[in-house]
Ligand binder design. Structure first.
Ligand SMILES: [Zn+2]
Length: 243
């Protein structure tokens, strides 16, 4: 199995609120010599889809997305690994359903899920402890998108939060691109020990974000974290932790 350091697993297309097509993302990824790309449009959330609700979105948009994924997998370019995921807003008020009510049989046909705002009360995200529940439903790898440990600390000791990440076997995204601040610094390296890591740029408007991973790669190299870089082929589904 190839390991992909030059990866970007967080990219939106016109399907949700991105500006570009999948073909444009793939072309840019190849131009910037990435070896792996993840398409991760938004699952239903009121912050993105204003004219529908979760039930209608799951009836119409989700099957179309899964079909796009199947077609793209059949036409995958040889030089670039492409995985298909979705980004789920963990503020369930904005989704209109809870974890158990998500359409898991359909979601589990994807390659991975990003969850945003986990443990971030400022964004209404689900509490960290609920990551344990994912193992009851989710059969595919989970990555926490643009994690903000300064918010985690508002509700539980930071070491406990990192312990839950390890127990549950979820990965943390190290953000590249211009949209999310680089929150990880040299002082975090000890905390990140043993935690699976991915790179994601949260591409929306700027095509240049697809390949904007060099700063992250340098950070990972400088701090001996390259061995922790994972991807949807390597990372298993979430575990239940202490159950
Ligand atoms: Zn995103």
């Amino acid at each position: 199995m190839t390991s992909h350091l030059r990866q970007n697993l967080h990219n939106h297309t016109r399907f949700s609120d991105g500006r570009h097509t999948v073909e444009q993302l793939i072309e840019e990824a190849r131009r910037r010599h990435l070896t792996a790309l993840g398409v991760s449009d938004h699952f239903f959330t009121r912050k993105v889809y204003r004219r529908t609700d979760v039930a209608e979105w799951c009836r119409s948009a989700l099957p179309a997305y899964l079909q796009m994924a199947d077609e793209a997998r059949r036409q995958a370019p040889r030089e670039l690994k492409v995985w298909w995921g979705l980004e789920i807003d963990s503020c369930f008020d904005r989704i209109g359903t809870d974890l158990a009510g998500l359409p898991w049989p359909a979601l589990n046909r994807l390659d991975y899920l990003l969850f945003e705002y986990v443990g971030e009360p400022g964004h209404g995200g689900m509490p960290f402890e609920r990551l344990h529940e994912l193992s009851q439903h989710c059969r595919i790898p989970v990555i926490l998108a643009h994690p903000d440990p300064t918010q985690w600390e508002e509700t539980l000791p930071i070491d406990r939060a990192f312990a839950i990440v390890r127990e549950c076997g979820v990965a943390l995204e190290v953000p590249g691109g211009r949209r999310n601040p680089r929150r990880w610094g040299p002082n975090d390296v000890a905390r990140l020990a043993g935690v699976p890591l991915t790179i994601g740029c949260d591409t929306h408007e700027s095509i240049a974000d697809v390949g904007a991973i060099d700063g992250v790669v340098q950070f990972l190299v400088d701090h001996g974290l390259v061995g922790q870089v994972t991807d949807p082929d390597r990372l298993g589904p979430p575990r239940g932790g202490n159950e």
